[in-house]
Design a protein around this ligand. Structure first.
Ligand code: IMP
Length: 467
């Protein structure tokens, strides 16, 4: 029933969430960059500068930590949503680096004589990371007897703790000098005391901190707005919005390998709470997975290859953290985990990255199920001790031993590569819509049906959809 006041909703263009289907580092940066060609807005919804999204454009390599990859496309607006924890210094550093590389960055309040449109918007409701968050995290991670998570040491966890504890400082508060001074003074008194008594840490100086952050506030201010309003208006006006996930499903605070997770909702549900866009406004979820598996930091990893094979994958895939440089742990593709990621996120399309890393292998083991305590199961344990008892069941698929690097057409893939992808589709129930065969934008294979659903412009790279 429609009342006379109720308006006919405008037909919107597509909205999609790009989510990591494993433990992060799946190559979301490149995928969001490729997709952003067809989206008006790209919005980050969770995490902070613990993420490292690598985008390679010709001879230039960009590592974006906070700013969504859409910033690299002319005409695309980049939004940092309320679900992100923002270190103002990291944001300003990133803006500076991008500008030095020739990327134009403008906020809605940037004073400028030119006619270019603003392209970076920061939520006034995003919580801030301050130096005491890093202090507490470093001390806690190294304290004897604590479970070491192997964090990125960016203060992410303690900032989310303050958010949930309702004692955090938000971007809107940063712009209020009196409140900023008072908050820093109170927080430093408390955190200095905790850090000193528990970890014997040297205290931080609240006055120096206030001066530094008050200066930063002036530079951040031109980018600040109500991004929920911006995004909802964009969608209502028929514009397409891509939600850029950070980290991955298994690092999600609720659904990941707790406690070896990050502190935010990295899964697709986070896109709604982390931006203020309703779940009903999201059309599709795209899960990004490597053709194998990696993780950084501590925690369970059922298909990990600790020996020479793991080293070989790391070397071929150049598996070192984009943010911390830490070597990534490597292992085979884990299909029970992908099925779980599909369920939790509602993934309809998969994007498979780094396929070419497997090119030289004679055979490729893939985990098709788990045995826990002698029983076959597809359920992901809730507890770390459950993971330790997992015995992966492997199926060996024949390797293709032909180069796939740079292949952009389905019919140019070796038949065994195609069989590998089809096996992943069959086992996960999600369609493969895109395959990344190298770090460059052009080294991407995009299926017609996927492109059509996302409203992507026709490109020569496109391949015919399978019959
Ligand atoms: P935090 O996010 O710094 O608190 O770290 C928690 C865990 O998540 C650690 O194991 C990190 O290595 C991992 N982590 C955080 N961000 C990323 C990411 O962008 N890629 C991969 N792992 C990450």
């Amino acid at each position: 029933m429609r009342t006379s006041e109720a308006k006919e909703p405008m037909k919107s263009a597509s909205t999609a969430v790009v989510v990591g289907a494993q433990w992060g580092d799946e190559g979301k940066g490149k995928i969001v960059d490729v997709l952003s060609e067809s989206f008006s807005v790209v919005a980050r919804y969770a995490g902070g500068h613990n993420a490292g999204h690598t985008v390679i454009l010709g001879a230039k390599k960009f590592i974006l930590q906070l700013i969504p990859c859409g910033i690299l496309r002319r005409g695309c607006r980049a939004v940092i949503g309320n679900g992100v924890v923002l270190d103002p210094m990291a944001l300003l550093r990133e803006i500076g680096t991008l500008r030095e590389a020739g990327v134009s960055i403008k906020g809605p309040g940037t004073a400028s004589g030119d006619s270019t449109q603003p392209n970076l918007f920061v939520s006034n409701r995003a919580h801030l990371i301050l130096p005491y968050h890093r202090m507490i995290e470093l001390a806690a991670e190294n304290a004897p007897g604590r479970v070491k998570i192997g964090t990125t040491s960016r203060g992410i966890g303690p900032a989310y703790e303050d958010k949930m504890g309702r004692r955090g400082l938000r971007v809107a508060d940063l712009l209020d000098p009196a409140l900023l001074r008072k908050h820093i003074a109170n927080a430093c008194a408390e955190k200095n005391m905790i850090a000193h008594s528990l970890f014997n840490t040297e205290p931080l100086d609240p006055d120096a901190m206030y001066e530094e952050y008050a200066r930063a506030a002036e530079q951040v201010a031109p980018f600040v707005c109500d991004t929920a309003v911006l995004l909802n208006r964009a969608i209502a006006g028929g514009e397409s919005v891509l939600f850029e996930g950070a980290q991955g499903t298994m690092l999600d605070i609720d659904h990941g390998t707790y406690p070896f997770v990050t502190s935010s909702s990295a899964t697709s549900g986070g896109a709604a709470t982390g931006t203020g866009v309703a779940p009903t406004a999201i059309d599709s979820v795209i899960g990004v997975t490597k053709a194998y598996c990696t993780r950084v930091g501590e925690g369970p990893f059922p298909t990990e290859l600790p020996g020479a094979l793991g080293d070989e994958l790391r070397k071929r895939g150049n598996e070192f953290g984009a943010v911390t440089g830490r070597p990534r742990r490597c292992g085979w593709l884990d299909l029970p985990l992908l099925r779980y990621a599909r369920m939790i996120n509602g993934i309809s399309w998969l994007v498979v990255t780094k396929l070419d890393v497997l090119d030289e292998l004679a055979e490729i083991p893939v985990c098709v199920g788990y045995t826990i305590g002698g029983k076959k199961t597809d359920e992901i344990p809730a507890h770390a001790s459950g993971y330790e008892r997992i015995e992966p069941i492997y199926k060996k698929l024949p390797g293709w031993r032909k180069p796939t690097s740079g292949v952009t057409r389905l019919e140019k893939l070796p038949p065994r590569t195609l069989a590998y992808l089809q096996f992943v589709e069959k086992e996960t129930g999600a369609r493969v819509g895109m395959v990344s065969t190298g770090p460059d934008r052009e080294q991407t294979l995009i299926l017609d049906e996927f492109a059509a659903q996302l409203g992507m412009a026709t490109t020569t790279r496109r391949v015919k959809a399978r019959a």
